[in-house]
Write a protein that binds this ligand. Structure first.
Ligand code: CDP
Length: 244
């Protein structure tokens, strides 16, 4: 019987030459923050594919308001690039920073409609694949393990109870514990977005399902880092202790 590869062993390279960890799941399942933390632990770069869909939506709204149409969205894509930073890739707009803009409520309201557009999906997928050409990445989204990187080295699918997802999203947004009425409201919004995103939110057959409802973020990060070690000999890099 062969023992699991210890974390200190050399990383096993695939045909692509760079390693990909795919983290998929529904709205507010904690994909992005988990992916960011896992990337830091493994010494990989983080790519948030949802941020690109949000960037496309934000630019369309800036160009034509909330009534934008598909040609407006497609015309705006040229204004966005995916820039490498030290630990991640970030969508950047010709007119400046996007980080706050892409989290605006009107962007969240319209992003699922934009994500249905074939031209936008192809544009996002091409950017994400290009990012993985030069370095090891942790990518989060809805279809990373199925469509974007069907050959990913490790695939994880995160789920959590909708009420708990709503509670976490509101706590993150407002920096305080939300009331039950607020959570109920947000739960309804999340469930509606899950329904609109259902076609592209698919668990790959070879993905490992992690229900995070009763896990802390540190626990779910450690689980994924351990899986990476056993699957591909991808161990944590020295000195990358979890961020709190
Ligand atoms: O708000 P949350 O973190 O759940 O979503 P996100 O990761 O920021 O993604 C925003 C939206 O982009 C989703 O609601 C989907 O409509 C779309 N998306 C997608 O269709 N495919 C992906 N791989 C990632 C995001």
């Amino acid at each position: 019987m062969s023992a699991p590869t210890p974390p200190s062993s050399p990383r096993v390279r695939n045909a692509r030459g760079s390693l990909v960890v795919a983290i998929d799941g529904p709205a507010a399942s904690g994909k992005s923050s988990t992916a960011q933390w896992v990337a830091q632990r493994l010494g990989f770069r983080h790519v948030d594919s949802g941020a690109l869909y949000r960037a496309a939506t934000a630019v369309a709204i800036a160009r034509a308001g909330e009534e934008f149409d598909e040609p407006t969205v497609l015309a705006g894509l040229d204004e966005i690039s995916l820039r490498p930073a030290q630990q991640s890739f970030t969508p950047t707009w010709r007119r400046g920073e996007m980080e706050e803009l892409i989290r605006a409520p009107e962007v969240t309201r319209h992003v699922s409609r934009v994500a249905q557009m074939d031209g936008v999906r192809q544009w996002v997928n091409a950017h994400v694949r290009m990012a993985a050409e030069g370095c090891d990445v942790v990518v989060d989204g809805r279809d990373i393990g199925t469509v974007v990187f069907p050959d990913a080295d490790l695939k994880v699918f995160l789920i959590a109870d909708p009420w708990e997802r709503a509670r976490r999203r509101l706590t993150q947004r407002h920096g305080r514990g939300p009331t039950d009425a607020e959570i109920a409201d947000e739960t309804e919004r999340l469930v509606q977005r899950d329904a609109r995103d259902a076609t592209q939110t698919v668990q790959a057959k070879d993905a490992i399902l992690i229900d995070t409802t009763y896990l802390t973020q540190a626990e779910q990060v450690e689980r994924i880092v351990s899986l990476a070690g056993v699957f591909r000999g991808i161990g944590p890099v020295n000195g990358s202790e979890p961020r709190s």
